[in-house]
Design a protein around this ligand. Structure first.
Ligand code: GRF
Length: 201
């Protein structure tokens, strides 16, 4: 069984795709041990609670400083001891110690075809605004391993999505989520579960 912890900051539609994927059997041999958010108001936490998945908030602003937050975050992760950490719209920089401790066991979903429209400052609607501004005809989403950089880890999967005439950033964001993110993230988790620890009976 592949035990995963999903880290979220917002609406949680990618988390929902993972939950639905496990329930439907599209994601095999996988269990969500907990969902962690930096944002107490994240609707993603409500999605976890609705499925009786431990929903944990570790908010930076409730700690004296970044060091104290990092320690609390790391301690919780060590307690949960997942096989895989999934960043699904998580807007907090991971502690370097966590990246080192979970080398090649942290994956992230990014709403563009990396190396386009990624790196510092490229998150949420901004990614799609820049894609429309540049006039690309195709965009999409990428699942990649997380390393010390921003969106620089090895690419695991990508899926292209057409940019259509009249697209607004919101329309494009919705299409990339529906046609790419919610497809390749569950698929990547299923493949990791089938390849790695998930193989055991
Ligand atoms: C998604 O667009 C994802 O690609 C990006 O942040 C957004 C999270 O959305 N990393 P949600 O919280 O999964 O709905």
């Amino acid at each position: 069984m592949l035990n995963i912890v999903v880290c979220v900051s917002g609406g949680g539609t990618n988390l929902q795709a993972i939950i639905d994927g496990i329930e439907s059997g599209r994601i095999r041999n996988t269990k969500i041990k907990a969902v962690i958010s930096n944002n107490a108001g994240a609707y993603a936490l409500k999605r976890a609670e609705a499925k009786n998945i431990p929903a944990i908030c570790i908010a930076p602003k409730s700690f004296a400083g970044r060091e104290a937050f990092n320690k609390a975050f790391l301690d919780k992760m060590e307690e949960l001891a997942p096989d895989l950490i999934v960043l699904a719209g998580f807007l907090v920089i991971l502690p370097e110690k966590m990246i080192a401790a979970y080398r090649n066991r942290i994956i992230n979903i990014h709403p563009s075809l990396i190396p386009s429209f990624c790196g510092t400052g490229f998150y949420g609607l901004k990614v799609h605004e820049e894609a429309l501004k540049r006039g690309v005809k195709v965009t999409g989403a990428t699942v990649h391993y997380v390393d010390e950089g921003t969106d620089t880890g090895a690419i695991i999967a990508q899926k292209a999505v057409d940019v259509l005439p009249g697209d607004t950033p919101r329309l494009l964001q919705k299409r990339v989520m529906e046609q790419a993110e919610w497809v390749i993230l569950p698929k990547a988790i299923d493949e990791i579960a089938s390849k790695g620890k998930g193989n055991e009976a």
